[in-house]
Design a protein around this ligand. Structure first.
Ligand code: PSV
Ligand code: MN
Length: 387
C-alpha cells in the first residue's frame, strides 16, 4: 500500500500549483519589510523567478498577478511569461491600500467610493482579457473595529450590488472567486469573514462565482477539511490560497506548520473530486520574509505534491469498510498509515525519470541562478508590498 501506483503517478504528473507573483517580492510584518539581494524590481523579473520553480519541479505552470502591484504592459508580460515556459494566471484585485478605502470599498457608504472600487475590478477584468486569465480573485479588507461603528446589514446589501456589477462584466469563460478571512485588518466585524458568507454572496451571483479558501484565514482549531468537503459537495470551491500558520494569517510555507492538516485537506480534495479538476485552482499565497523566496516557493510546491501523494495512498476501500462496520480504530489506522508513509524517495526517483532534478532544492542551489540575479539586479526599486 505504500507504493505509488501508475495511476497515482499520472495524477501527480497532472498536478499544477499557481504561484503568487508577490511571493518573489520583499515582504515582512507591520514592523519591517526586509530587502534581499536579487529581489525582482518589476513583474517581468518576478515571472522570471517563478519560472525557475516550474523548471525545477514541473509543478507550477502559472503565475498569479496582483493589481496594481504588477501593472505593466500585459501583452509584453504575457509573451515574457510564455518565453519563460509559464503562463499568467489569476488576477488579484487590491482595494486595501488606498486612503479612500479606510471605511470600505465595495461596501462603502459613499456611492462614489464604491464606484471607484467597482471600476478597479473592471480594470482587473481588462487585465484578464489581456493576460488570458480565467479568474478574478477578490479579497476585501472591509469591516469595522467597534460595535455600533457600521451597519453590517447595509454593508452586505451593498456588497451584493457591487459584486453583481463586477460579475456582469465577466465573459463566459471567466470566473470570480471571493476569498474570506475571519479578521484583519478589521478586528470586530469583517464583511466576508467565513465560507458561509462567501458562499451566500457568490451563490447570489451565478455559476461562475465561487469561493476561494485561504488556509490561513480561519480561527485556530477550525476543521478546514470539513469546509473543503462542503464546498466541493456544493460545487462552489473555486480555488485555494495555500499557506500555513501558527497564530493568525502568518502566510508561511504550506505544510510547514501543520503537515497533518495539509494531508487532511488534500485527502478531502481527492475524495471530493477536486484533484486535477480545472474548476478547483490550487494556488499559493505566501510571503517569504526571512527565507530565500525562490527556494521557499520550491519547498511549498513540493510539500503540496508530497501530501497529495500521501493522500493518494489512502486505501479507500479498507477505509470505507472500516467506516461502514463502525471500526473506529481500523479506519483511523488506514488514514494514518498513508499519512506516515515517506513518499520522498519515490517522488525523487520518479522526478528523475521524467527529466526533472531528483532534488529541486539542491538543483536550484547548484544552478547559480541566485548568484546571477544578485549580480544583475543592482539599482532600481525592489518590488514589495505596495510596489
Ligand atoms: C489577504 O490576507 C490575502 O490572503 C489575499 O489573498 C490578498 O490578496 C493576499 O493576502 C495578498 O497579500
Ligand atoms: Mn489569500
Amino acid at each position: 500500500m505504500s507504493t505509488l501506483t501508475p495511476d497515482n503517478l499520472a495524477a501527480l504528473e497532472a498536478q499544477a500549483i499557481e504561484l503568487p507573483s508577490w511571493a518573489f517580492g520583499n515582504s515582512g510584518t507591520r514592523f519591517k519589510v526586509f530587502g534581499t539581494p536579487g529581489t525582482p524590481r518589476d513583474p517581468f523579473e518576478k515571472v522570471a523567478d517563478a519560472s525557475q520553480v516550474h523548471k525545477l519541479t514541473g509543478l507550477a505552470p502559472t503565475v498569479a498577478l496582483h493589481i496594481p502591484w504588477d501593472k505593466s504592459d500585459f501583452d509584453d508580460l504575457r509573451k515574457h511569461a510564455e518565453d519563460h515556459g509559464v503562463q499568467l494566471g489569476t488576477i488579484n484585485s487590491n482595494t486595501f491600500q488606498d486612503d479612500d478605502y479606510k471605511f470600505g470599498a465595495l461596501t462603502h457608504e459613499d456611492a462614489k467610493i464604491r464606484r471607484k472600487a467597482i471600476d478597479h475590478h473592471l480594470e482587473c477584468i481588462d487585465v484578464m482579457d489581456a493576460t488570458g486569465s480565467r479568474d478574478l480573485k477578490i479579497w476585501l479588507a472591509e469591516g469595522s473595529n467597534y460595535p455600533g461603528q457600521a451597519d453590517m446589514r447595509g454593508r452586505q446589501d451593498r456588497l451584493h450590488e457591487s459584486l453583481e456589477t463586477i460579475y456582469a462584466r465577466l465573459s463566459d469563460d471567466q470566473r470570480l472567486v471571493l476569498e474570506y478571512k475571519f479578521f484583519e485588518p478589521s478586528f470586530y466585524h469583517t464583511d466576508v469573514p467565513d465560507w458561509g458568507t462567501s458562499y451566500a454572496q457568490v451563490s447570489a451571483l451565478g455559476d461562475r462565482a465561487l469561493v476561494c479558501l485561504d488556509t490561513g484565514h480561519h480561527a485556530p482549531g477550525t476543521n478546514i477539511e470539513f469546509i473543503v468537503m462542503q464546498l466541493l459537495r456544493l460545487g462552489k470551491l473555486g480555488s485555494f490560497d495555500f499557506n500555513s500558520r501558527f497564530y493568525a494569517d502568518d502566510d508561511l510555507i504550506v505544510g510547514a506548520a501543520d503537515p497533518f492538516q495539509l494531508f487532511r485537506i488534500v485527502f478531502e480534495v481527492v475524495r471530493g473530486g477536486g484533484l486535477n479538476n480545472p474548476d478547483v485552482q490550487f494556488m499559493l499565497d505566501q510571503c517569504h520574509n526571512v527565507e530565500n523566496k525562490i527556494l521557499g516557493q520550491i519547498r511549498s510546491v513540493l510539500n503540496v505534491q508530497e501530501m497529495t501523494a500521501r493522500a493518494l495512498l489512502v486505501d479507500t476501500e479498507a477505509l470505507r469498510a472500516a467506516q461502514v462496520s463502525g471500526d473506529v480504530l481500523a479506519a483511523n489506522q488506514v488514514f494514518m498509515d498513508a499519512f506516515y508513509t515517506d513518499v520522498r524517495p519515490q517522488l525523487a526517483e520518479w522526478r528523475a525519470g521524467r527529466g526533472l532534478p531528483a532534488d529541486p532544492m539542491q538543483a536550484f542551489l547548484d544552478s547559480g541562478y541566485q548568484e546571477k540575479i544578485e549580480a544583475e539586479r543592482v539599482g532600481g526599486t525592489q518590488a514589495g508590498w505596495g510596489a
